[in-house]
Write a protein that binds this ligand. Structure first.
Ligand SMILES: [Zn+2]
Length: 443
């Protein structure tokens, strides 16, 4: 079943020489320049975002997206943000390609126009939920059966927002050497909460039965036999496999940090700590190659393996630290900021603040109404309502608010909560097990 595609052009670059490492290290900033900035107490500017990517294909079902030059307001460079994403497809590639091409537009179309940067960042979690669900509905309308994980990262200044379904992790290696997970693994085998949700929504969870009742492999949901509990696509699997992402938004410290986003080919071989440590102190492009190389070394090429490394670097830091030599030397593995330069020599206590990551938002509920919120803006003046998921305008008679009662009793307050068009409302009910899933309908 697994078609083995030709290896990508990465075998050679995976052999990393010390020459290459020193060539890739940019020149140092004169200390006087750094001190001058410190004295002038310049306001903290937007960080640089530098990135690298590496992959080895076995099935050819991994896709990724790198868009470093998006703008909230077209033509205004000060409103720039960047997007990095990984799509690990299964049962074909069409869902991964579809999500790669449509998801960003669908997310952005769910954000109101003419709002401030702060409002935009606050609107992102909800827009990500709407964009994921819209993309899933649109893909399923095409009738194809493949599915995909999605890990979708938006970086705006120091704020990182990650939305994910499936098991392509994103980790953050902050400057203090603290590694944190920004995603949740939606694997039935490992996620009790998701098992309970799937069962409550009408699915069954169990292992594959072979040879007269012997159970093999990881926990899967039936019908469908998928090991994941959330994905985009999977038209032939029950609706209890939902596209509603776990969303986490953090603000990293002004010392910067590194994101490692990768498909399960990496995470089945390496822990978060191992992945972070394997590439510390190296430029992002080299780091991505090293992570793939390390995963390959420990486990061989068992699966598609894709890795994006994204460094968020203070704008006045133009150099990377030397490669760590001592074992427990925490500082040598950091990207030094101007504050780190001054504090390293003074005391280690101050560095505890270096790794501080401020959590702004985290929500993983699979209940759509909870994720879209009750305070969703509804334009009641015109009598026309915009669907909170697909952004289609409908009159209230055609659709219903997400928190209103039964579909057939609009007497209960139809305008309370976010409005859903009839199509998206059907999707919502199906995901919650309140309607027969597609499989039953078409069987
Ligand atoms: Zn809709």
């Amino acid at each position: 079943m697994d078609q083995i595609l030709p290896m990508l052009d990465l075998l050679t670059p995976l052999h990393v020489s010390t020459d290459e490492v020193s060539r890739m290290r940019p020149p140092l900033v004169p200390l006087a320049t750094l001190i001058g900035r410190e004295l002038r107490n310049e306001k903290i500017e937007k960080p640089y975002v530098k990135y690298g990517q590496a992959a080895l294909a076995k099935k050819g079902e991994d896709y990724f997206l790198i868009k470093p030059d998006c703008q909230r307001v077209a033509g205004d460079l000060s409103t720039s943000f960047s997007v990095f994403a990984i799509f690990d497809g299964h049962n074909g590639i069409s869902a991964a390609i579809f999500a790669k091409e449509q998801l960003l537009d669908n997310v952005l179309s769910a954000i109101p126009q003419d709002i401030s940067r702060e409002e935009w960042l606050q609107a992102l979690p909800r827009a990500l939920v709407a964009g994921f669900v819209k993309t899933d509905i649109e893909f399923q309308q095409g009738g194809e059966t493949s599915g995909t994980t999605v890990t979708f990262v938006i970086i705006d200044g120091w704020t990182v927002t990650v939305a994910s379904v499936g098991d392509s992790r994103c980790i953050l290696d902050s400057q203090g050497g603290v590694v944190s997970l920004l995603t949740v693994d939606h694997r039935l085998e490992e996620n009790v909460e998701e098992r309970e949700r799937v069962t409550a929504s009408g699915g069954e969870v169990g292992r594959l039965n072979v040879f007269g009742g012997n159970e093999v492999g990881p926990l899967r949901c039936w019908p469908g036999g998928l090991c994941l509990s959330r994905s985009i696509g999977d038209t032939d699997v029950g609706e209890f496999i939902v596209p509603i992402p776990h969303v986490k938004q953090v603000k990293i410290s002004n010392f910067g940090g590194r994101l490692v986003i990768a498909s399960d080919g990496i995470w089945d071989a390496l822990s978060s700590d191992m992945a972070a440590k394997s590439c510390r102190g190296l430029p992002a492009e080299l780091a991505a190659k090293l992570v793939v190389k390390e995963a390959l070394r420990s486990r061989g090429l068992k699966d598609d393996t894709t890795c994006l490394v994204v460094d968020i670097i203070p704008s006045d830091i133009l150099f990377l630290p030397p490669i760590p030599r001592k074992k427990h030397n925490m500082f040598s593995s950091l990207l030094f900021g101007k504050k780190a330069l001054s504090s390293v020599s003074k005391s280690t206590n101050k560095l505890s603040a270096v790794g501080v990551v401020e959590e702004l938002f985290e929500e993983g509920s699979a209940v759509l109404a909870e994720r879209l919120g009750k305070d969703f803006p509804v334009n009641t003046n015109s009598g026309i309502h915009r669907c909170a998921v697909c952004q289609v305008d409908q009159t209230p008679a055609d659709g219903l608010s997400v928190n209103s009662g039964s579909f057939f009793s609009p007497g209960s307050k139809p305008c309370e909560g976010p409005f859903l068009c009839s199509n998206c409302r059907k999707k919502k009910d199906a995901m919650e097990g309140k309607r027969p899933s597609r499989t039953t309908v078409t069987a």
